[in-house]
Design a protein around this ligand. Structure first.
Ligand code: ADP
Ligand code: MG
Length: 411
């Protein structure tokens, strides 16, 4: 890692690969505190995944995160980035490999957007031209118009400031990104948009991300894996979102994920019952850029190639649609996950997760494309208006083969 970091000029075109992060028996005791903020924490974040740390206030989320970029130093154990203890690296070298974005954004109010984004590149001594090019690239990446570069943070909306914060965290193209309640300061609608945008961005960047939130809905939405923490940084459960929902490790997790009603709905509801995502379909021979343009308005950021019967062939990523016409060769090698309108949500979700796919193609009884399903869409359904949730009796009547609710609380 450090070798490559020392010669940044040679790597401008290529993005750094994502890093693996491992906590190994990490402890943190603040001076003067009787209890350790983190007692003994071990977990691994795989390269390219979003790991969400979630838990009640004071459980040690921020502490865990700051141990990674050494804003604070651990008392015991190891924090390994690509196998190397962060403790063995110079802090300046470490920080350019670890981007950091926080809730109150932490932008410098008297510096322009461009200067804010360029903070670290300037420290690293990049030349002006390179900094300018990188700032423009980052603004585009996070969906900000180039004319904000000379404005001051106060002249931007909360959501725009948050995007600047993300751009700044990405300035040195770090293999690891730490995000501490990054969307906590914006209103729910802006937050939802930022979350969706960020997931799209991540689908392209594939960084390793540690994301802190106290909001379980956000955790389930954003995380490839979710680490539920209790006081003292004790790991109550570390699992993919659906696994957390399906099999909470204990009462604490069960109550934290709000296990009961929403989950039972998941086992009862069908794909056709929930609000599905729009998707752009394409057929062979169509002009690719036109398809790419339509993706902007669709929920799923990839295009779906269909055959003459409107049956799914495969997904095409937007970058492959810059020019020419649509051909089969553009299709991703991963076969699309296909679910039926009549599938139970639980099974559809399980298909998505086992294929590690964010989106499934929803087809009708004839196998023709209807819409798309995403983990996000299911998550919305789980959190829908509780007044529409069937009563336990209704559920038993609807699924007589299931065990009584008291004995079979999980899915
Ligand atoms: N700088 C500090 N000095 C002393 N105690 C701290 C400090 N920062 C955090 N703590 C304590 O460590 C525990 C974990 O805090 P923190 O990591 O901020 O939790 P979270 O981010 O989950 O809310 C809390 O009990 C908090 O009071
Ligand atoms: Mg915190």
């Amino acid at each position: 890692m450090s070798d490559r970091s020392e010669t940044p000029r040679g790597r401008e075109a290529a993005s750094k690969p994502a890093a693996t992060l491992e906590f190994r028996h990490v402890a943190k005791r603040y001076p003067g505190q009787s209890r350790a903020a983190i007692e003994d924490l071990s977990f691994t974040v795989d390269a390219g995944e979003i790991c969400v740390l979630v838990g009640p206030s004071g459980c040690g989320k921020t502490t865990a995160m700051r141990l990674v970029n050494r804003m604070i130093e651990r008392s015991d154990g190891e924090v390994l980035l690509d196998g190397q203890d962060v403790h063995d690296r110079p802090v300046s070298d470490l920080r350019r490999d670890v981007g950091y974005a926080i809730q109150d954004i932490g932008l410098f109010p008297h510096r322009t957007v461009a200067d804010n984004i360029a903070t670290l590149p300037r420290v690293m001594g990049w030349d002006k031209g390179r900094i300018r090019a990188r700032v423009d690239e980052l603004l585009e990446l996070v969906g900000l118009p180039l004319d904000v570069r000379d404005r001051y943070p106060a002249q931007l909306s909360g959501g725009q400031q948050q995007r600047v914060g993300v751009a700044r965290a990405l300035s040195t193209d770090p293999p690891l990104l730490l995000m501490d309640e990054p969307f906590g300061a914006v209103d729910p609608i802006a937050r939802e948009r930022l979350q969706n945008e960020f997931l799209r961005l991540q689908a392209r960047l594939r960084k390793t991300i540690v994301f802190v939130t106290h909001d379980i809905d956000e955790a389930l939405k954003m995380g490839d894996k979710v680490a539920v923490l209790k006081e003292g940084g004790r790991l109550a459960q570390y699992a993919a979102p659906a696994a957390l929902l399906a099999e909470p490790a204990d009462e604490f997790v069960a109550s934290f994920v709000g296990a009961d009603r929403g989950l039972k709905r998941l086992a009862l509801q069908r794909v056709r019952d929930i609000e599905l995502w729009s998707t752009v379909t394409a057929t062979e021979g169509e002009a690719a850029p036109g398809i790419r343009e339509r993706l902007g308005a669709a929920d799923v950021p990839w295009a779906l190639l269909v055959d003459d019967d409107n049956k799914p062939v495969g997904w095409i990523e937007p970058d492959k649609l810059r020019q020419g016409s649509v051909t089969r060769s553009l299709v991703s090698p991963d076969p699309p996950v296909v679910v039926e309108l009549d599938d139970v949500l639980r099974d559809a979700l399980s298909d998505l997760l086992s294929a590690e796919s964010h989106y499934g193609v929803v087809v009708d009884a004839f196998g023709r494309v209807d819409k798309a399903l995403s983990i996000d869409a299911i998550s919305h359904a789980i959190n829908a208006d509780p007044s529409t949730v069937p009563s336990t009796a209704e559920m038993r009547a609807a699924s007589p083969e299931q065990e009584p609710a008291e004995e079979e609380p999980a899915l």
